[in-house]
Design a protein. Sequence first.
Length: 353
Amino acid sequence: MALAASDRVSSAFSVAVVGAGISGLACARALAERGVLPTVFEKSLAAGGRAAARMTELGGFDHGVQYFTVRDGDFAAALAPLLAAGQIAPWMARFRTQTDENSERFVGVPSMQALGAGLALGIDVRYDQRVTRLERVYTSRPPRWSLNRVGYDAEAHDLEVTEGLFDALVIALPPEDTLALLEFAPALARRIKNVRMRPCWALMLGFAEPLNTPFDAAALAGPRLSWIARDSSKPGRRPGERWVAHASAAWSEEHLKDDPEDVRAKLLKAFHEVTATRAQPIHAVVHRWRYSLVENPLAEGFVWDAQQRVGACGDWCSGARVESAFLSGSSLGAEVASALSELSRRPPLASAL
Ligand SMILES: Cc1cc2nc3c(=O)[nH]c(=O)nc-3n(C[C@H](O)[C@H](O)[C@H](O)COP(=O)(O)OP(=O)(O)OC[C@H]3O[C@@H](n4cnc5c(N)ncnc54)[C@H](O)[C@@H]3O)c2cc1C
């Protein structure tokens, strides 16, 4: 979507975005396109959030997002440079079951992490900075925001660092984490508190020899596994035989607090049954996603408190997909920019109220 000159906002405004998942990055990009340069605070060492990869000596595993589809024109436009640069590519696998019929499936190259890395290009993302608290600062008119994040002292001990001041705040985290930061905004919190994310146990398997299966990926309706995929069938991957299996949401909930060793053994047994193989892996590791897919997304796109200039976005606002996360973030970014533009037009006394 081409932006009109009137959509641009003074770059004197500062906005903090908490979380560099796909929604946080999309929000930051939407702001940057409108002339506001946001600062993104991310607790981990890479962008992309659940669009993640685990690197091992055998090669990478996409243990979160498996693939993404692209239906919206704005999402397609944001991805066009990544596609041209080979950072994402279609995944032409042998699917045992049809999912997302008629939609091309895309993946990051050489791993799913390339999607977040590509969208983060040109954005000021501060890594390894977990945000712990947000605070309204009343010494400025209109009130602004500061945030506290974990930092390190000279001996690498944790230290609380205050950042700010910001004219607006965006929280781009799963709903439970969002609520933890929203104690000052009960009205927003009420809108979010019933959104439920389901967990997912993921199993990463590496084999010395290729498995003889007639498919590369399958969505499953069984009680234990909901998905298996030959990760090494994705484009631009290192050769080798690497698989990712996801447990169903119901099974993951039931076994949420189990010992990872037990989970590994149970999911490996299920994997052998589904693939009708008995090959023993040379690498078998599980990862627990506490928040995986949203069960009951809001139908709002994003939440925004215009009075306090604080909002939240994420897949949970509109659907359990990468594309939903992107659209949620970019629409909130446009809303924040428009609120800041409105603020700049108000007389000083009115904006102080
Ligand atoms: C196992 C699994 C499989 C999936 N499969 C698919 C699929 O095949 N296709 C699909 O389209 N979608 C899939 N999804 C869903 C997809 O991952 C999400 O819809 C999307 O990635 C959500 O992006 P987000 O930005 O809303 O949230 P997130 O990706 O959760 O991003 C939140 C970010 O905030 C950071 N963060 C958290 N707390 C803090 C803090 N206090 N301070 C600073 N940073 C913080 C996190 O590190 C993270 O980077 C899958 C998800 C999982 C877990």
